[in-house]
Design a protein around this ligand. Structure first.
Ligand code: ATP
Ligand code: MG
Length: 390
């Protein structure tokens, strides 16, 4: 029996004339996620994209798992392909859907007849197949309002499809349809979640990480690369910059009042990220900050951080509790990596009493105490290491 995957795109439906372009990006992304699993033929029709394996040895379980991570897909379903003949449709439904029908109590049949020449009209298809399924699966009852499973028959041009329940997709918009942005990624829980959330809205990511060897270790760096890789499983390859930050952090420690040091560090990170972002044609910065989580994330502090750059800063976790962020990080499988205990550059020179209500002019004055800062920022950008993580 030949099996295919039907993909329902979500919000794409809203995009009117742009829909076709959006679907093309979605198909490109699906192909990328299916690399290594096999070759597929993609056919667009209405709000469905048909994904058909080119050869029989392709594992559709693997393909389904891969497609579940593609943004822009609301739901997927596996379907059996059969002849446009009622007998074949009935036989296929009985064998193909047995596994799904045995554990449930109620069902209904829906029919979609895009080939109007098919001899039975939709209600007749439903009645006939429904009757046959009741005869074979004695435990089943029909419930047209709230069935456990909907059995769908589609009569298309050349073939008919029979399918059972839907599988939830990742939702969102296809990555690459909303421009590019640079995410400041630490080894923590929040920034990978922020990256995932913006990629889900169609944004293509560039990642920037600040490392301060020897205060931060090679293991801390590997942890960040692992996190980026986990986000890339959804978003596709991420161009990642590792910025050497030791010299600047030592200068902050040596020249600035301690209670402003975290904030100044954060502002300089934003400035450097903005330069990298501009070079990479990004239009915004992304961070994992959330109001009130730590001293550098009060609204006073966030205001001072924003002042350091001209680009818009997206903070998708801003109104989320830690619990809620953790739930997402578990879902996208970054949590276990994030909680590995390697030091981040933020924790290296943490002040004892950070200012929670900093004033912009004071922060700026404190930052200006660092000699040759512009030069050091230039050097850090020049010496940053670029890698593509996929
Ligand atoms: P996270 O879990 O993302 O580390 P956090 O709650 O620990 O967040 P902070 O350490 O205060 O928060 O960092 C706030 C934000 O600053 C992070 O979400 C991230 O976007 C950015 N950031 C912090 N450290 C780094 C770093 N070493 N490199 C790049 N970005 C960083
Ligand atoms: Mg952190």
């Amino acid at each position: 029996m030949k099996e295919i995957i039907l993909v329902k795109n979500g919000e794409l439906v809203l995009k009117g004339l742009n829909r076709s372009t959006f679907e093309d990006v979605l198909i490109k992304n699906m192909k990328r996620h299916l690399t290594g699993i096999g070759h597929f033929i993609f056919t667009k029709s209405q709000s469905t994209i048909m994904v058909e394996p080119e050869s029989e040895d392709i594992d559709l379980d693997d393909a389904t798992d891969a497609l579940k991570k593609v943004f822009g897909i609301a739901a997927l379903s596996r379907a059996a392909v059969c002849e446009k003949d009622m007998n074949d449709i009935i036989q296929t439904a009985k064998s193909y859907l047995a596994e799904q029908l045995l554990p449930v109590k109620t069902f209904k049949v829906e029919a979609k007849r895009s080939d109007k020449k098919f001899p039975l009209i939709s209600p007749e298809i439903c009645r006939e197949l429904g009757g046959e399924l009741l005869k074979t699966f004695h435990h089943l009852k029909v419930d047209v309002h709230n069935p456990n499973i909907v059995v769908t028959v589609e009569i298309r041009d050349k073939f008919a499809f029979v399918r059972g329940g839907n599988i939830k997709g990742s939702g969102g918009m296809p990555t690459g349809t909303s421009g590019r942005a640079a995410v400041l990624i630490s080894g923590g829980i929040d920034s990978p979640v922020a990256a995932y959330m913006m990629a889900k809205r169609g944004i293509e990511l560039v990642a920037v990480h600040f490392a301060s060897p020897p205060y931060t270790s090679e293991l801390a760096l590997m942890k960040v690369e692992e996190l980026v890789k986990k986000v890339a499983a959804y978003s596709g390859a991420i161009t990642t910059y590792i910025v050497p930050f030791t010299e600047i952090q030592e200068a902050i420690r040596d020249f600035c009042p301690e209670d402003y040091s975290t904030l100044i560090m954060r502002r300089i990170m934003m400035k450097i990220s903005e330069i990298i972002a501009e070079n990479q044609n990004c239009l915004a910065l992304i961070t994992g900050e959330s109001v009130g989580q730590v001293a550098s994330q009060t609204i006073y502090a966030l205001g001072c951080t924003d002042n350091a750059v001209n680009m818009p800063v997206f903070r998708p976790c801003i109104g989320m509790d830690k619990d809620e962020i953790v739930t997402v990080s578990r879902k996208i499988d970054t949590f276990e990596t994030s909680v590995q205990p390697y030091e981040d550059c933020c924790t290296v020179f943490t002040p004892k009493h950070p200012k929670t209500r900093p004033k912009p002019q004071e922060v700026e004055a404190a930052q200006n105490l660092i000699p040759r800062l512009a030069e050091m920022i230039d050097t850090a950008v020049q010496n940053s290491k670029k890698e593509i993580i996929r």
